[in-house]
Design a protein around this ligand. Structure first.
Ligand SMILES: CC(C)(COP(=O)(O)OP(=O)(O)OC[C@H]1O[C@@H](n2cnc3c(N)ncnc32)[C@H](O)[C@@H]1OP(=O)(O)O)[C@@H](O)C(=O)NCCC(=O)NCCS
Length: 258
């Protein structure tokens, strides 16, 4: 696993509720170019942030919101709500069960290092599902051009359901359930040490690292040899468990992985 910021790794993530004293940080994050591109398209002032997020923080609205923290440093914002609590949202996504989640990595130094994926997965399993304990499904929406967000959500176990329009903007709705997200988290943990070893064994072959988890997830989600075969996993050493077969698969096919 690639080392994260300050040597930390994405799995060392904690969450705490947003406080009003965090609004200056949120305002600064919402002004960052990567957040403005898809998450906060219009500029916002500290006063506007206080108006929009204050009701969540004070419990006046049914949305919960948290900061993700790595080694005492907040780096991302996440929020979650029960869809049924927002009928206008239900009307546009045409789903009335489950919860929805939104997130952004605010600190640019944490982008594209696995922190977004780890924060989203951790937030759903440690905060969102336990808080909305009667809900089993989760939804998230991204613009079709938001490749990082789509890949991040897919890596956590979400799958595209349909497109819809939000304020005239085309969005992709993705859905998942608690079990799938737990499965993706398990795979991520189980593959991490393998990937670390593989990178050493193959001179730090970054393609193996970058593509490994997604392939491993496909495999583990299938659980059955016939499905595994369908996604391209060929048993190489039938006498061993499934896990050690991954590196052999990647090794034999990494030329086609771009
Ligand atoms: C979307 C976001 C949370 C992802 O977090 P991140 O830390 O950058 O992403 P990760 O490093 O965890 O990577 C997750 C996946 O996205 C891929 N990815 C990351 N950055 C990417 C980029 N710039 N282009 C394409 N893919 C990218 C990773 O390779 C990984 O995919 P893989 O598992 O198939 O290899 C973050 O980019 C962000 O905050 N963007 C701005 C706000 C936003 O768009 N929020 C989503 C709307 S709700």
């Amino acid at each position: 696993m690639e080392k994260g910021v300050n040597g930390s790794e994405p799995q060392e993530i904690e969450f705490r509720p947003v406080e009003e004293s965090d609004f200056p940080t949120l305002t600064a994050w919402l002004a960052k170019p990567h957040v403005r591109r898809f998450y906060q398209k219009t500029p916002v002032t500290l006063e506007q942030v206080a108006l929009e997020y204050g009701p969540f923080v004070r419990g006046e609205e049914p949305t919960i919101c948290h900061l993700a923290i790595s080694r005492d440093a907040p780096f991302a914002y996440l929020q979650c709500y029960r869809n049924a609590d927002y009928p206008e949202w239900v009307d546009i996504i045409l789903v009335n069960d489950g919860i929805s989640v939104d997130l952004f990595v605010g600190e640019p130094a944490y982008l594209h290092r696995g922190f977004g994926r780890a924060a989203l997965c951790g937030y759903l399993l440690e905060i969102a599902f336990p808080y909305y304990a009667s809900e089993t499904r989760a939804y998230i929406a991204h613009e079709p051009l938001n490749t990082a967000a789509l890949r991040c959500s897919r890596a956590v176990g979400f799958r595209p359901l349909r497109k819809f329009l939000e304020g005239g903007v085309e969005m992709v709705l993705l859905g998942s359930n608690r079990l799938s997200i737990e499965g993706a988290a398990l795979v991520s943990l189980r593959t991490r040490s393998w990937l670390r070893r593989e990178r050493l064994a193959f001179g730090g072959h970054r393609q193996v690292y970058r593509k490994g988890p997604a392939k491993a997830q496909q495999f583990y989600r299938s659980q059955f040899p016939s499905s595994a075969k369908a996604v391209g996993f060929l048993p190489i050493d039938a006498g061993r468990s499934n896990m050690p077969q991954f590196p052999s698969y990647w090794r034999s096919t990494n030329k086609s992985i771009t």
